[in-house]
Design a protein around this ligand. Structure first.
Ligand code: NAD
Length: 377
């Protein structure tokens, strides 16, 4: 049987990788679960709640020293001297090569769930989707609370108010949820995306899809977007510039896996927006979709407020942790054999894609094979 350790996240993070309900299920299946003191506090799951369902509350040092599998969402504050341990989280290996190389040289097995393939079997484990869904919702709710006007159209005895005009760039999981939420609040929504498949989804949510012809083919990119040609980007920018003047709230989510986010909104475009308008850039961690975005910061660009935040899911920590933990529980079921021992099958399409590095090591009578992914130099 396996000992699973849940670490407390760094101070900027309010989520925890598993709440007590999923921990209880793991314990019921015969596993031991250790939880770092205070790990769930910011997600409203106390040490006492974990202890009540049979988890053992321990210090970080004890968990790092003796758990077989260590769960953490972020890569911060995890020592590299954890030879033979299995780490599961969202470590952004394509942006964190030095750390991944370090972990690899130290013999850790690292499974990073942001590398999941976009296949049906992986959907229940897809942490990017469960968290992006929250981010898209929260972006609109945040915008509505800051925007100095109504979202819906109002017709009152004192006069009429026009509905807010929202533009969304990137209709992936976050963008689609943002469209749905903005529509629910009564806004008029215009949407840009480079994937032709997005058009139908946008329209079904009541958004207006603005088509820019000539986008690169994404059919071989496994569900992810790809970089566009300079000519296309210019055409797209011209189209955004034409529409942004009338936009009150812009929410940007455009990302390309492993690459800097495309800069689609220039300073001049922002200067053309009305005073009091608002931009929420969810791609800020990878550079942002506007020329002025600063990650984890709110700035003023003329009369426009620009918020860079790629971790909005963390502002709904209880639901975010609940869904993240369920994703992890589903993923863990892939790593265990019939006897309840760890059996990491690197031939499995999902494990192969998520396994950044691993070292040959027997844990609970199973064997982990050495692999080195091409992005670890
Ligand atoms: P993402 O976070 O990688 O990117 C956000 C959106 O930005 C995408 O829709 C992308 O096309 C768009 N984008 C990129 N460059 C752009 C540009 N220059 N201009 C405008 N838009 C641009 O996307 P995501 O949320 O991960 O979703 C991508 C797709 O994968 C969606 O169709 C989603 O439904 C699908 N998906 C499938 C699975 C699965 O089958 N397991 C899981 C998750 C997502």
């Amino acid at each position: 049987m396996i000992t699973i350790g849940i670490l407390k996240e760094p101070s900027f993070e309010s989520r925890v990788s598993m709440l007590s309900v999923e921990v209880a299920a793991l314990i019921k299946s015969g596993n031991t679960v250790w939880v770092e003191n205070g790990a769930g506090a910011r997600s409203f799951c106390s040490d006492a709640e974990y202890a009540a369902i049979g988890a053992v509350v321990k210090s970080r040092a004890e968990i790092l020293a003796a758990a077989d599998i260590i769960l953490s969402i972020n890569s911060e504050d995890i020592p590299s001297s954890l030879n033979g341990k299995v780490l599961i989280g969202v470590y952004q290996p394509l942006f964190n090569s030095p750390l991944m190389a370090d972990w690899s040289h130290q013999g850790l097995t690292v499974l990073s769930l942001d590398m999941l393939p976009r296949i049906t079997r992986a959907q229940s484990m897809d942490v990017l989707s469960s968290q992006a869904n929250i981010a898209g919702y929260k972006a609109v709710v945040l915008a509505a609370s800051i925007y100095p006007h109504y979202f819906p159209m109002m017709m009152t005895a004192a006069g009429s108010v026009a509905p807010a005009k929202v533009m969304i760039i990137g209709a992936g999981v976050a963008g689609l949820q943002a469209i749905a939420t903005a529509r629910r609040l009564g806004a008029v929504v215009e949407v840009f995306d480079t994937r032709p498949a997005a058009k139908e989804e946008v329209m079904s949510l009541g958004g207006r899809f603005i088509e820019v012809e000539g986008a690169a083919d994404v059919s071989k990119a496994g569900g992810y977007a790809v970089e566009q040609t300079d000519a296309f980007q210019q055409k797209q920018k011209d189209m955004i510039a034409a529409h942004i003047k009338k936009t009150d709230i812009l929410i940007t989510t455009a990302q390309i896996r492993g690459k800097k986010a495309p800069v689609l909104v220039t300073r001049e475009m922002i200067a053309a927006m009305k005073p009091g308008s608002l931009i929420i850039d969810l791609a800020s961690a990878t550079g942002g979709n506007t020329e002025v975005t600063k990650d984890n910061a709110t700035i003023q660009s003329g009369g426009v407020t620009v918020i860079g935040n790629s971790n909005l899911a963390s502002t709904l920590p209880a639901d975010a942790s609940k869904l993240y933990g369920k994703n992890i529980a589903n993923f863990l079921s892939l790593l265990v054999n019939d006897k309840g021992d760890m059996a990491i099958n690197l031939q499995d399409e999902i494990i192969k894609a998520t396994c950044v590095t691993s070292a040959e090591k027997a844990i609970s009578s199973s064997t982990i094979t050495l692999i080195h992914h091409e992005h670890i130099a």
